[in-house]
Design a protein around this ligand. Structure first.
Ligand code: NAD
Length: 481
């Protein structure tokens, strides 16, 4: 097969439920893979021209179809316009444009010292594309988490199969419709579908798998990668803690924690999951959170609230709340008809409760009182390595201590979530929260293979290291190196 053909008879680079004809089966996805492997082998994606065309295509697509994409996200889970633009569309446009601007420099060879043993000589690395890459995206930022990995993959010169999430079907359909109009149909193909489609894709010998989603499915993806020794980027989830010390600005902390928690109704991989606060300021922080939650909800939450993605997740959140063992300082009400849950603060929950062991992924914020920063560090280090760690403090010494004594994908001091928006900070997890990182140059590097090259001078051609390995040669060589 070449590209799939839609009902109007024109070539298309999308396959799937809302795509041209049908849900793709194993044969279809194998044919897509073959097409993309073939185009990669032809060399068409290697030059900077192709890469820049794709990056500019992504940027134009997001800008020219802003209304359509915003509507799709509203249809999928009621994501409000401004929030969807700020957290889904704008970051993609910025990432594509930043990458296009710097790509020529990132693609240059990087020189390294060849060492005395290789003089005269020069050595360097070249970034070459990995080949054909599979991107599997989640539903929660359905444009951004599909297209930002795509930016990195095409910048590095790879061909790509992109599988959006079936839990955001309108956005998945919009991407399947738009991508063929802006990107090379023989370089990027959208395949829509659910677990069966992912499973069929994971059977194929992709050169790299870029997965964003839950830690549980991340393990499935890594096991699939092992069969072909495909390299992986795993952008996973987990519980991102917030530490608030007694010398922090408590009002600012309350507002910024609330901002990070309420984004996307808490359905954010780097949402502040729970708070560890030093005892002297615990009550003030809880009061501040209650006030900030009321203020950020606004007078008419009906127009500004993101819905919980489906009934299963709403029921999960209800049960986390019911079994928390803590006291509810604000919120707790659930609206089943609109799939909403009021922003909720739970004070001192049972530390063994599911609320404190599972990723919350909703607008519920547990606050736990601790006696010291050391206790907070011990608490964090006793659990899986988080994707993000947030610290509110007025002390540089505390800042250094926390950064030095904990491990996490990233740290954001005196704010939440915003480190994600720094173009040149690598974004990724560690341990259970993921493997690898992207954004900016890190994304280009992640989706490239750095090939090592040494060019030795022809003369002099010292026989010192050639056999026979005599003692005299050894003495001389030891003196030289
Ligand atoms: P998910 O793991 O359920 O699904 C992600 C993708 O994997 C979807 O495209 C889905 O179709 C596919 N999938 C599901 N089950 C599969 C299986 N058995 N085999 C192969 N593919 C399968 O995650 P989700 O519910 O879409 O997203 C929420 C999770 O993702 C949260 O844990 C969140 O923290 C995490 N997340 C992480 C990041 C990050 O950047 N680190 C970003 C967003 C979300």
């Amino acid at each position: 097969m070449a590209t799939s053909v839609n009902s109007s008879g024109t070539a298309s680079n999308s396959l799937g439920a809302s795509g041209p004809q049908h849900q793709p089966g194993a044969t279809d996805v194998a044919e897509v893979f073959e097409l993309l492997s073939h185009s990669f082998a032809s060399g068409r994606t290697r030059g900077i021209g192709w890469r820049i065309d794709q990056l500019r295509g992504i940027e134009r697509m997001v800008n020219e179809h802003e209304a359509e994409l915003l509507q799709a996200m509203a249809d999928d889970f009621g994501k409000p316009r401004f929030e969807a633009w700020m957290t889904d569309l704008m970051p993609v446009a910025v990432e594509a444009s930043h990458t296009a601007k710097h790509l020529a420099r990132w693609m240059r060879p990087r020189w390294v010292w060849p060492g005395k043993a290789n003089l005269p000589g020069r050595s360097w690395t070249v970034a070459e594309p990995k080949g054909t890459v599979l991107i599997i995206a989640p539903w929660n930022y359905p444009v951004q988490l599909a297209l930002s990995p795509l930016v990195a993959a095409v910048a590095a010169g790879n061909t790509v199969v992109l599988k959006p999430s079936e839990l955001a079907p309108a956005t998945s359909a919009a991407l399947a419709r738009l991508i063929p109009r802006y990107l090379d149909p023989e370089g990027v193909v959208v395949v829509e579908g659910a677990v069966e489609v992912s499973t069929a894709l994971l059977e194929l010998p992709f050169d790299h798998l870029f997965f964003t989603g839950s830690t549980t499915v991340g393990k499935v993806v890594m096991a699939a990668a092992a069969r072909h020794l495909s390299s992986v980027t795993l952008e996973l989830g987990g519980k991102s803690p917030v530490v608030v010390t007694a010398d922090a600005d408590i009002d600012i902390a309350a507002r910024r924690i609330t901002f990070g928690k309420l984004l996307n109704a808490g359905q954010t991989c780097i949402a502040p999951d729970y708070v560890l606060v030093e005892r002297p300021v615990a009550d003030r922080l809880v009061d501040g959170l209650v006030t900030a939650m009321a203020a950020m909800e606004g007078a008419d939450p009906g127009t500004t609230r993101t819905r919980i993605v489906n009934d299963r997740h709403l029921a999960r959140l209800e049960s986390l709340l019911a079994d928390s063992g803590g006291s509810v300082a604000t919120g707790g009400a659930v609206d089943h008809a609109r799939r909403w849950i009021d922003p909720t603060v739970v004070v001192d929950p049972d530390l063994g409760s599911p609320l404190m062991s599972e990723e919350i992924f909703g607008p519920i914020l547990p606050v736990i009182t601790v006696d010291s920063v050391d206790d907070a560090i011990g608490f964090i280090n006793g659990r899986d390595k988080p994707l993000a760690l947030y610290l509110f403090t007025g002390s540089r010494a505390t800042e250094q201590e926390v950064v030095r004594s904990t491990t996490s994908g990233g740290v954001c001091i005196n704010h939440t979530v915003m480190h994600f928006m720094v173009p040149e900070l690598p974004f990724g997890g560690v341990g259970a929260s993921g493997i690898g990182a992207y954004h900016g140059r890190s994304g280009f590097d992640e989706l490239s293979h750095r090939k090592a090259v040494l060019r030795r001078g022809i003369r002099p051609d010292l026989a010192l290291t050639y056999p026979p390995f005599t003692e005299a040669k050894e003495r001389l060589l030891r003196r030289f190196l």
